[in-house]
Ligand binder design. Sequence first.
Ligand code: HEM
Length: 753
Amino acid sequence: MDPKKAAKTVKETVEATAEKAVDMLTPEVPGAPGSAPAPFDEPTTPHDPLPPKKEHGAPDTRTPTGAETGAPATSNGQQGGYLTTAQGARLRDSDHSLKAGARGPTLLQDHHLREKITHFDHERIPERVVHARGAGAHGTFEGYGTASDVCKAAFLEKGRKTDTFVRFSTVLGSRGSADTVRDTRGFATKFYTEEGTFDLVANNMPVFFIQDGIKFPDIIHAGKPHPDREIPQAQSAHDTFWDFVSLHTEAQHHAIWNMSDRGIPRSYRMMEGFGVHTFRLVNAEGATALVKFHWKPKLGVHSITWEEAQMLGGIDPDFHRRDLYDAIEAGAHPEWELGIQVFPDTPEEMFEGIDLLDPTKIVPEELAPVQPIGKMTLHHNPSNFFAETEQVAFHVGHLPPGIDVTNDPLLQTRLFSYVDTQLTRLGGPNFGQIPINRPHAPVNDMNRDGFHQHAVHTGVAPYKPNSLDGGCPFFAGTDEGAFVDLPVTVPESTKQRENPATFDDHFSQVRLFWASMTPVEKEHIIRAYTFELGKCYEQAIKERQLQCLANIDPVLCQEVATGLGLPAPEPTELLAPVESSPALSQVGGEWPPDGRMVGIVVDPEGDLGGVRELRQAIFAAGMVPLLIAPHGGMVDEMPAQRTFATGRSVEVDVLLIGGCPPPAPDALPARDAEAGASGSVVLDPRVVLMVEECWRHAKVIGAWGEGVTALGQTGVDGTPGVVSGDSAAAVFTEVQQLMAAHRVWERFPASVG
Ligand code: HEM
């Protein structure tokens, strides 16, 4: 057979198999590594690369100057069926270096060896100086048209769709650190608008530690691991962090957000996003308004418990990354509404006594409601983490006409910092030409040359004015979509290193946050401060932070002091009464369960018909079942995704027990009992442990049939949020109703009112 024809036949067969495989595997078993199941034997017949997985997206195939090419996304990476050198020469061997005889020395002439090793030697690039650990996804933004009275940006027009790429991150940890650490989360969105890229580089908390960007190296040096031992990794529970925030009290507002449940989100899909700074918008008539940007997740704002966070750090350090990937793979595409709080653009730049240029302050939503202006859906995972998530470069100065910055001194420094760091991180000035960073608007700048130049510029006159290139490129007028810096009046002033006096209040909004929490949220905040300060070594630092807590709330201070075994100091500031802002609380609503993980404990001798029906019902409800069985492989043609040895409660949002599996052969009563189970002889001790942990973490637990007997072994039946019944369907219906509240809140005893 003609080899070309053979390759074509193989390719068609592989594609057909891959499609079938995709249908078979997704969404039933999250985590399939490829688009086709791997055969046992190594395939040796050449064929084109396998098609991408259906949930994979990739940057548009654009030229470095933003033009559409129409080439398939796969052409970005590899093509052809044969292994080649970087120059495209086919290779017949990549396992043996070229030697002077089988036992002889390696020859310098082995170009393939040198190319392979040299490239490998340079695979790593510097990680981000902050936000090094992250996960990304592709999406689409659709404008509602409701912003037109304040903003002329075309991507906000009603029904207009714009491609987006989002990167979520933690701030302090290194690239390989755990996802579930207590930290602020980044929420950076690139909108590839037709008028130029807009980057909304946001966080999941609406305030920041510092008011002036000149302090950024200070807060980050304090939060990062200690310079001598380089510990602890990715967390703020250490002396240098609390040393800084207790001395630099403007950090206290951000610190309480970190100590609240916002510091340990359940999922990137369940986080709000905040632009933090106030931005200035301009409409088509030239009228300006001040705004704050908000992302509101359709799934609500939810968190894990601190114990879950710590367990997950060991059991699944990739928890958030996996959750985002699996949800998109399973078709549970996360959605956020973009909203704005709008304030009149007055010379004072104040609203209801709040300085809009102070990034340590919020404007409560009760004073200025968040008005929805569009919706973003994340629907594809990156095809290649490094090419997309690692190389994406955001910048707060990437703004389309209609959106401009304010004089917030934190924002002003950010305008300088991002491109500066990316010059080093991405190895030169042309990182804007990396596929994920290419704009979707025509680019005609006069920047030239530099490392890794991908554009092949024509013409001879990259300067203005010129006549040699026919005067090209030309300036645009406002009618042609030019970005015009808004003519904002700068008050007559003298040069000085100072903040306005309105920045001086460091405590009233911390008190507002505390007052807005429900008892269970307050309890978590107390425990978080106690844990973090309990990990500090220096007594003076604990005492100094207790003094700050005394200036927030006496109960908070007293409870933390008790935990630390220290006396609670008296406040040094006047504790003026504050209002509360109910919008700040995470407790009390009902939300959809999309993409939630439902653990099902299976007994191969139990009601497997019920399990099968339950799986279908879980898929139908937009959730993902996770079968946990005594052994791996298949249970009655259903894949066992976890065993009692590999599964752990913290991986699931809810646990359903479909039988009463006796101890599996690998259960070690002594060891497993030590892990917390009661050593029952009737039920596998790891299942007992799972139920106990789910109960302690206030998760809904359900059981039917013989599973009810199993529950009886654990002693939790009959308590709040524990459902039992005859059929899987009936139990699941009740479980879903309880899941809408995220947790069984009444199981958390709260000591404060
Ligand atoms: C003056 C204060 C700040 C400075 C100097 C600063 C600096 C930086 C730097 C150098 C990076 C790494 C960028 C890269 O390597 O591509 C970064 C990342 C980031 N910053 Fe800031 N930052 C500041 C404040 C903030 C604030 C207030 C927010 C939130 C509103 C924020 C959100 C982010 C996010 C989300 C990322 C990660 C972007 C990504 O995913 O690639 N930063 N910042």
